[in-house]
Design a protein around this ligand. Structure first.
Ligand code: PGA
Length: 249
């Protein structure tokens, strides 16, 4: 059975999104990133390949395996996946077809919890000039609707403003101080509805080895979701090494 995270656990998530192009490349990248992760056993490293590759890659290793999506029914065989991204912008705002509403996101969080998989809920405003507080509180209230404090304690929350994601034109990472403001909005909202002492917040959006320390040096930030930079094993290895050194784990 998979283990839920302990509070205070430090988490680095690789979100490969739709990459790489072939299964062979994915196996090579996965094997190399597993080896990098094994150097830092006290760091929770999660690798999220495209959903269609999860089964194949689980045969290599599932200790670090995450998924980019979860489906509506608890699946008897989740291939040992331990974490799942829910509410990523690729799912909320897909290029084709209808995106996941907050209500669907809520259902996916429940399915993940019922399957003993840790949901990583991504929230964040779409455009830089959107009303951030409104966007965050709306996504949280609908996405987490009906969850108990105990259930929320098994969810990780990542602030990932969509405009900061590297695949968007003109993307720039959020500043750490602005990320802390967003985390405060999230924390204030959750403290009204839940009784929890520690919530492990992550940040996502153009994180790489150049800027990771500027985020992780703040104790409110328990980890990061790394997209583009996780496709380069040297870069991702650097991200893990820097996090491990900073946290002394
Ligand atoms: P990025 O992606 O690090 O390339 O900005 C993050 C994400 O999409 O989760």
């Amino acid at each position: 059975m998979n283990q839920f995270p302990i509070p205070n656990e430090k988490v680095i998530v690789a979100n490969w999104k739709n990459n790489p192009a072939t299964l062979a490349e994915a196996k090579t990248l996965y094997t190399a990133e597993i080896a990098a992760a094994q150097k830092y056993p006290d760091l929770k490293t999660v690798i999220c390949p495209p959903v269609e590759l999860v089964k194949e890659l689980s045969e290599i290793d599932n200790k670090h395996l995450g998924s980019q999506d979860v489906f509506w029914q608890p699946d008897e065989d989740n291939y040992g996946v331990r974490y799942v991204l829910v509410g990523h912008s690729d799912r909320r705002y897909p290029a084709v077809g209808e995106g996941d509403s907050d209500e669907i996101i809520n259902a996916k969080i429940r399915v993940a919890l019922a399957s003993k998989v840790v949901p990583i809920l991504l929230v964040g405003e779409k455009n830089k000039d959107d009303n951030r507080e409104l966007a965050l509180t709306g996504q949280l209230s609908r996405g987490l609707a009906g969850l108990s404090s105990d259930e929320l304690g098994r969810v990780l929350i990542c602030y990932e403003p969509v405009w900061a994601i590297s695949t968007n034109p003109d993307a720039t990472p959020d500043t750490p101080s602005s990320t802390l403001e967003a985390i405060k909005i999230i924390g204030d909202f959750l403290s009204i509805h839940y009784t929890l002492s520690t919530i492990p917040y992550l940040y996502g959006g153009s994180v790489d080895s150049q800027n990771i320390i500027s985020f992780l040096q703040h104790p409110e930030i328990f980890g990061v979701v790394v997209g583009g930079a996780s496709l380069d094993v040297v870069e991702f290895g650097d991200v893990l090494g820097l996090a491990s050194k900073l946290w002394n784990i």
